[in-house]
Write a protein that binds this ligand. Sequence first.
Ligand code: ZN
Length: 291
Amino acid sequence: MNMRKIIVEDNPSFEQEVYEFGENHPKLMITAGIHGDEVAGISIAYELIEFLNSTKLKNGSIKIMPKCNPVATRGFSRTSFYDEVDMNRIFPGNEIDGATHKAAKNIWDEACDMDIIIDLHCANQYSIPYILSIYDKFPKALSVINHLPLDNLVQSAGLRGQFFVESNYLREQIAFIIEIPSGSSKGAINTHLAKKCFEALKNLLIALDFIEGKTVNNPPTYYGEIFEIKTPASGLFKPIKSSGDMVYEGEILGEIGDFKLIAETDLKVHSIIPDSFVYKGDFIYSYILKK
Ligand SMILES: [Zn+2]
């Protein structure tokens, strides 16, 4: 293993860690912590580093940047206090607009010759875990994603400025996100789901012949984009369905007082809030539809 630290000069300066295993193609890059509060991804990245330290690479090379936005991570916040810029909206980054833009450019430069990029993020704590990819426009990614036993593949709208989106458009790399539900408080991790993601990545490394081992063949189900639903009524919301549930047209998802929230189509619950007092217009649940 080779470990480097890239210094981002500022006041104070900070460092981004780069861990490298092997040198040849195919080249796989794993990034985490572009959003500093999404710590499950960071913990999975460090677990992979530990795992690769004691595992022989058969083919190719793997580069891991576990803490892409380290100042933000130190404060368990989405953005860094230097500038409060959302790093995942400014790729490919630049040298002139300040610390977060420079840190983004470093990640972009490190990724220049990568074949596959997997960017680890966290969704809200009530979400299901899912893979996010622009697979309608860049279906090449499916040849990699199908080796991830992670249940759900969701279509991304491809909002520009995101690391994986720009890697698809500007460099034609295979690039996508894995979203793991966050823990229930700052710095908290859903260990069960983080473990599931780690095992899925290990399965991918075996299937793509980076390492030796036995694979499982359990590709994710393909879904369209996420639909977010806001409550049409105010009051105490009581969910009846849970995240990950299949709900059929006409079934009740939850209640707000006498108001019954009914599914208008067959759907899978992507995320649903717990018993909560809500006001008209607040987010209550999101769903996905099979492609
Ligand atoms: Zn994120």
